[in-house]
Design a binder for this molecule. Structure first.
Ligand code: IMP
Length: 183
């Protein structure tokens, strides 16, 4: 698997350090009103698992599955809700936990839907932010790391469902998703 990685961006140690910082910040910001942490499947599963243990509050948890990627590394533009919350968002302080914000379509759709559903507050914590690729205006409230315009995998993030279990974040080699033409 690691032979497909062009460059390591964040090591397990760097990730752990940053997640601890985010957890501390969230613990302070939500003191007295613990949030419902909403993980976006599947990409945020490792980030949410680590962040959950860094938040020192009696938080609760739910999951949604929203997709804006039609194929491989290209965005289809359409957002599809595959799995909704188990309980309505009404009156809840919701903190959406996302793996990466790219075009911004997924999160602007999801945040809008949660607000329309009557959530008391909606904030977003994304592990990675790729602002160079924004197609719709969207700013997350908490950002782990900002990354350049490259396709990254690992720590929950995939290419065609692979590489999610890499313990680091790396840039996927372009020969994996755009192999050279063979003659
Ligand atoms: P957006 O709606 O374009 O912001 O897309 C967000 C979703 O696209 C993320 O939750 C990821 O599932 C996926 N995505 C965007 N960029 C990457 C990447 O570099 N690697 C892996 N998945 C990505």
């Amino acid at each position: 698997m690691t032979e497909d990685i062009e460059q390591i961006l964040f090591t397990p140690k760097q990730i752990a350090g940053r997640v601890a910082e985010l957890g501390g910040q969230i613990t302070r910001d939500y003191a007295g009103h613990p949030p419902l942490l909403v993980g976006t499947l599947k990409g945020s599963f490792l980030f949410l698992a680590d962040l959950a243990r860094a938040v020192g509050l009696p938080a609760t948890f739910d999951f949604v599955s929203v997709s804006s990627y039609g194929c491989g590394t290209c965005s289809s533009g359409a957002v599809l809700l595959r799995k909704d919350l188990d309980e309505p968002p009404e009156g809840k302080d919701i903190l959406v936990v996302e793996d990466i914000v790219d075009s911004g379509r997924t999160l602007s759709y999801l945040a809008g839907k949660l607000k329309e559903g009557g959530a008391a507050s909606v904030r977003v914590c994304t592990f990675l932010d790729k602002p160079a690729r924004r197609a719709v205006p969207f700013a997350a409230d908490y950002v782990g790391f900002t990354v350049p315009d490259a396709f990254v995998v690992g720590y929950g993030m995939d290419y065609n469902e692979r590489y999610r279990n890499l313990p680091f974040v790396g840039v996927l080699s372009s020969r994996v998703y755009a192999p050279a033409e063979t003659v």
